[in-house]
Ligand binder design. Structure first.
Ligand SMILES: Cc1cc2nc3c(=O)[nH]c(=O)nc-3n(C[C@H](O)[C@H](O)[C@H](O)COP(=O)(O)OP(=O)(O)OC[C@H]3O[C@@H](n4cnc5c(N)ncnc54)[C@H](O)[C@@H]3O)c2cc1C
Length: 393
């Protein structure tokens, strides 16, 4: 038997874009259903960054105090260790935001907070363990989605379908969207290392590639940026990785000795975007519209800002009727150029991020500029902390 549901807006994907959009639309009194293929938000390999502008948004939603009760780490500056020399990459201390810090919180805690708040609205439905696999059309217009959940097959009919299911979206392909992009110059290896009492590492260490260390309480989550295609999972690749890491961070050499190839997860980085984010009845936002690289740690912020702009533009339309393609185009017009500019900067950063340089080689040009002109760290702080075009509800 097929379960049928009717709502105003059906959102595919309960990531940062999908859940923030849901909560922002609920404030307009609109019925929203979010369909998420996983049972929970527990995913290790996602960014944990909650940007200063996102924290302003949480304040607008009345959630900032609650957010700050959850375990988190605040970072007023992004610092960087180049073979042991400390540099500041981005400084948030002069931002025009309530909190002038980048906050690290496991993404599942952040998403739980948004989902729990949305669940207080009777107009909200969150279907977990529910994979969307098809579209319902009425002529050329998309009028709903189909999928499978714990109770079997289901259909959701809606005046608007929003695809927020990330960079590997199937439903986007089903609607005929094909992203275009440039090949990424880098991939990311993720693994955990055990934490010994009192051991701390700089957030970013660089030299021969880049190591990012996230303190997860019981262990360190390591992201190691490598040239694209350099990891095939062989013993030789593992030895080369350990050798590179030991050169950048000799202190880490012992801790990584126990890591095996099967502990290492490869995340292929993609930099893509859609030429057109919408079709009649459906809009793509977040990584579905534009897959972001981890460079600069801005993808979550961009996805959330897409969601906020979408709710602000389409909320009033959905309250009174059905969005037209002209309404959906307004969202893309608003968010297209911040996306373009962010991806442009990410492309430019890739070279310096993966370059192999000897300890006595000169600093790469962008790092030299930041070292010699420290005021520039407030400009990079604005770009990372606020994004190219910050949005308000
Ligand atoms: C290696 C790596 C590291 C990164 N680190 C950072 C960082 O530190 N900071 C930062 O800001 N950005 C980072 N990014 C980018 C960031 O992760 C993304 O830009 C951001 O998560 C996009 O959010 P989203 O909501 O659009 O998509 P996602 O976060 O991908 O969420 C999509 C959701 O849709 C669900 N879904 C998918 N298909 C279906 C389906 N068919 N049916 C139902 N549900 C479905 C998924 O389970 C998922 O929950 C990183 C990216 C990479 C590749």
């Amino acid at each position: 038997m097929t379960t049928e549901l009717t709502t105003d807006c059906a959102i595919v994907g309960g990531g940062p874009a999908g859940l923030v959009l849901a909560l922002a639309l609920l404030r307009h009194g609109i019925r929203v259903a979010v369909l998420e293929k996983h049972a929970d938000f527990l995913r290790d390999f996602r960014g944990d960054t909650i940007h200063p502008s996102t924290q302003d948004l949480l304040a607008e939603l009345g959630l900032l105090d609650e957010f700050l009760t959850r375990p988190h780490d605040d970072m007023p500056r992004v610092t960087f260790s180049w073979y042991g020399t400390e540099l500041t990459l981005a400084d948030f201390t002069r931002l025009p935001t309530r909190r002038k810090v980048m906050t690290f919180m496991p993404q599942w805690d952040f998403l739980d907070l948004i989902a729990d708040t949305a669940a207080q609205h009777p107009e909200f439905t969150l279907l977990r363990s529910t994979r969307v696999d098809g579209l319902i059309r009425d002529g050329d217009r998309i009028v709903g989605i189909t999928g499978t959940g714990p109770g079997g097959d289901f259909t959701v009919r809606a005046r608007l379908v929003v695809d927020a299911s990330g960079r590997d979206s199937d439903i986007r392909a089903e609607a005929g969207f094909v992203p275009t992009g440039v090949a990424s110059a880098m991939d990311v290896l993720w693994f955990r290392i055990a934490k010994t009492a009192g051991e701390r590492y700089p957030f970013i260490q660089a030299g021969s590639g880049l190591i990012i260390t996230i303190d997860r309480g019981d262990f360190f989550q390591i992201a190691h940026v490598i040239p694209a295609g350099a990891w095939r999972g062989t013993d030789a690749d593992l030895a080369a990785m350990k050798d590179r890491i030991a050169r950048i961070s000799p202190r880490m050499a012992d801790a990584i000795s126990a890591v095996t190839a099967s502990d290492v997860h490869l995340l292929r980085v993609r930099l893509e975007r859609l030429r057109r984010w919408f079709t009649d009845g459906m809009l793509c936002i977040g990584d579905s519209a534009h897959a972001m690289s981890p460079a600069g740690g801005v993808g979550i912020n961009l996805a959330i800002q897409d969601a906020v702009a979408t709710a602000r533009i389409l909320g009033p339309v959905l309250r009174d009727g059905t969005p037209t393609t002209a309404d959906l185009r307004r969202v893309q017009r608003r968010r297209n150029w911040p996306t373009w500019i962010t991806q442009f900067v990410q492309r430019r950063l890739q070279g310096p991020l993966i370059a192999e340089r000897a300890p006595d080689a000169p600093l790469p040009f962008p790092l030299r500029m930041l070292r010699d002109h420290p005021r520039l760290t407030h400009v990079t702080g604005r770009f990372v902390g606020l994004g190219a075009l910050p949005e308000k509800l």
